[in-house]
Write a protein that binds this ligand. Sequence first.
Ligand SMILES: NC(=O)c1ccc[n+]([C@@H]2O[C@H](COP(=O)([O-])OP(=O)(O)OC[C@H]3O[C@@H](n4cnc5c(N)ncnc54)[C@H](O)[C@@H]3O)[C@@H](O)[C@H]2O)c1
Length: 392
Amino acid sequence: MRVIILGGDGYLGWPTAMHFAARGHDVVVVDNYLRRLIARQTSSEALMPNPNLQKRAELFEAISGHKIRVEIADCTDYRFMQRLFEEFRPEAVVHYAEQPSAPYSMIGYDEAHQTLNNNLNATFNVIWAVLEHAPDCHIIKLGTMGEYGAPNVDIPEGWIEIEHRGRKGTFLFPRQAGSLYHTTKVLDTDLLWFYVRTFGLRVTDLMQGPVYGLSTPESDLDERLLPNFHYDDIFGTLVNRFLVQAVAGVPLTVYGKGGQVRGYLNLNDTLQCVDLAMNNPVDRGELRVLNQFTETFSVNELADRMVRVGRQLGLDVQAKSIPNPRKEPEEHYYNPDHSGLLELGLEPHYMTDEVLAEMLEQVRKYKDLIDVDMIMPRVVWNEASKEESGVV
Ligand SMILES: NC(=O)c1ccc[n+]([C@@H]2O[C@H](COP(=O)([O-])OP(=O)(O)OC[C@H]3O[C@@H](n4cnc5c(N)ncnc54)[C@H](O)[C@@H]3O)[C@@H](O)[C@H]2O)c1
């Protein structure tokens, strides 16, 4: 298939590009290096140095024989998007190209405005490029489980049937995100739904949980092909932060009570999910929402496992609670459905002790590059924690 991957320099975009190219698809990646720019501006650089996209594509082709076409361009530039979609006529587009950091989106007006503008305009341009130049193209959009928040009821996959005053209707499940970044994802979903029901686009919106891992069959070919690994407070995920803290011998920082539960998945499962979505396209006029994660953990459960596995490897690992910089429930009910992707054929890779140990060993190789000053939260949007944490 002819596939465009937007955000192809990113943590998920780059392994996805290699995965599809290795399976014989015709792949174009687009990226404007926004993440690299923000990482430099906020001193949040990735642990391992990642060659630029052009160099990685050349290296991947030299090793595997599979070509990936690279376009360094901004998805919010509609003239560029028009030219690309008109010329390439994609059958599928995977849209990862957004500013994905919740803390960054909460720094202040400029960062919030940039996140809102970038994310909504990128999605809007994908919609219009498809409408005008490739109306049959299947849009595979990365949303987030964070769109739903943590409601006190079960979370279905996107849709809920409501009975109200004796009448029934089906609606998008009510969403209540906990950051401006997550709110842009809610707005993306609404935009997509409007254009699906009005102009018959075909869209799969993947509500993804936090992804962990670096190894994929293609990224293991050469360490210069590894995806980016951030562990700082801006781009770093909880799993990456704990891995680095365990290796560096500094306590794992549990935000608040640590009862926050999320649905996680292995990077290899993201690749499977996007592949399954692409190979099982929806009909025109359908918005399919799939919850994309394989297992749930609380922060405390993850910390306990990291302590246990880290100690088995001879690391000095402890956990400690710090004031929660985020405004979020720290103990809550959480029961989201996630059968849709399993029904399509997803075979989960779970976070076993072996997988954790492998990730710790991978990070241990780069121990000398760890900068522990990048880890503690610098952005606080929980008023109650501000004074306690000393961040204003
Ligand atoms: N990684 C996760 O755990 C996770 C979880 C849920 C959802 N997601 C979503 O998946 C997508 C990819 O996430 P990621 O972790 O790979 O993030 P990432 O920041 O590593 O990758 C996103 C890429 O998009 C690029 N980009 C952003 N705006 C652009 C624009 N206007 N034009 C061109 N390129 C642009 C960035 O430069 C970056 O390389 C994001 O939309 C994110 O919200 C990620």
